[in-house]
Design a binder for this molecule. Structure first.
Ligand SMILES: *[C@@H]1O[C@H](CO)[C@@H](O)[C@H](O)[C@H]1NC(C)=O
Ligand SMILES: *[C@@H]1O[C@H](CO)[C@@H](O)[C@H](O)[C@H]1NC(C)=O
Ligand SMILES: *[C@@H]1O[C@H](CO)[C@@H](O)[C@H](O)[C@H]1NC(C)=O
Ligand SMILES: *[C@@H]1O[C@H](CO)[C@@H](O)[C@H](O)[C@H]1NC(C)=O
Length: 316
């Protein structure tokens, strides 16, 4: 094995850490102990301790958050039942003809297995994902879906927020920490849930795909070139309010449910400290080493926001 799997459950982690030489950073990691039901995997606890210390030093004034949306702030499953992404909700709009539904299902079945298959080179996965997003919108071209129908369908089929997500966003709002939610989904099917989850505070911004409609209200494409799972390194960041708010906030927490979610960091030039939290669920177990090399903290089937909250609470 090319990695040391130090923690499989947090109790084990604490055992390992208590055997390392004592230093003051240990206490910070111990502080996360209250998050006992989580399965926290950390490749390098010492490195994590150092990072936590830097984040605590910088406090809320130097913090910003970049997070994926689907399955990162929302649950990945509810009692084992997988939850729909924004595109899955779009597909369930009642006015979508069944032929189109079938075409889209076929496209999804073709491309979904390619998305997280690490045996396929990244450059090739990028091409496949671009095809997936392009073919999907092609299938919807010419259809008209009222915004009321979009909202209703989202509220009917949308996933719930992670447990305690509201507390997480309340802490960030109170401390005025800028949050950028980045999604390869569709804004029309993400915004109603943000409102329902009650996390639409002024510090939160959503960067995602939106549907482009013609003057009759028919879908003609995306408003901009699509954000998919493998191109988050080339986003149009400079136009976001978030970018303007960063200033000297050089401590960034990045959260995602996909290895491609950390690529957002390529859009920032002045990052000093990065803490990456990955929600691992439904992936091939053989990709776990790559996850541990990518994310500082890997949360295995944790459907709560408890670990990110525990980290924020360390910052006071
Ligand atoms: C999906 O589309 C491909 C390519 O157009 C076709 O060969 C295949 O039969 C379709 N599968 C289903 C289940 O419709
Ligand atoms: C992943 O991709 C490789 C290479 O294309 C292929 O051989 C393999 O069957 C794929 N695995 C799955 C689970 O789809
Ligand atoms: C949306 O839901 C509301 C409230 O349930 C209902 O009155 C309305 O008819 C629905 N509209 C559409 C287009 O489904
Ligand atoms: C998981 O990945 C391994 C190695 O890439 C592959 O051999 C295996 O078939 C995959 N399993 C599933 C269920 O996709």
């Amino acid at each position: 094995m090319n990695f040391v799997l130090i923690m499989s459950v947090f109790a084990q982690a604490l055992l390992v850490i208590s055997q390392t030489p004592r230093n003051k950073m240990i206490d910070y990691v111990k502080n996360l102990e209250s998050v006992e039901h989580s399965k926290i995997l950390v490749k390098d606890p010492d490195e994590l301790n150092k990072k936590l210390e830097n984040f605590i030093c910088g406090g809320y004034e130097h913090l910003s958050i970049i997070s994926d949306y689907d399955q990162t702030i929302t649950k990945q499953h509810v009692n084992g039942k997988s939850q729909l992404h924004a595109f899955g909700i779009l597909q369930r709009c009642p006015s979508i003809p069944s032929e189109v539904y079938k075409i889209v299902s076929n496209i999804t079945e073709t491309y979904k297995p390619l998305d997280r298959n690490l045996s396929i080179p990244e450059s090739q996965r990028k091409i496949f994902m671009n095809e997936w997003w392009t073919k999907t919108i092609e299938a919807y071209k010419g259809l008209k879906i009222s915004s009321e129908e979009m909202v209703n369908t989202t509220l009917k089929y949308g996933p719930p927020a992670r447990d305690n997500a509201k507390e997480f966003f309340d802490l960030l709002n109170k401390a005025n920490v800028p949050v950028l939610l980045i999604s390869a989904g569709v804004g029309e099917f993400l915004e109603p849930l943000l409102i329902k989850m009650n996390i639409c505070s002024p510090n939160v911004e959503l960067l995602t795909n939106y549907l482009k409609l013609d003057e009759d209200g028919k879908i003609v494409g995306y408003k901009a070139s699509p954000i998919h799972t493998e191109n988050k390194n080339i986003l149009d960041f400079k136009n976001t309010k978030f970018y303007g708010k960063i200033g000297n906030r050089h401590n960034v927490i990045v959260m995602g449910d996909h290895l491609g979610d950390v690529a957002v960091l390529d859009n920032l030039d002045k990052v000093e400290n990065v803490l990456k939290i990955g929600f691992f669920y439904g992936n091939n177990e053989s990709s776990l080493p790559t996850w541990l090399n990518t994310y500082d903290i890997v949360l295995k089937d944790d459907q709560t926001m408890d670990v990110p909250i525990a980290i924020l609470k360390l910052l006071k």
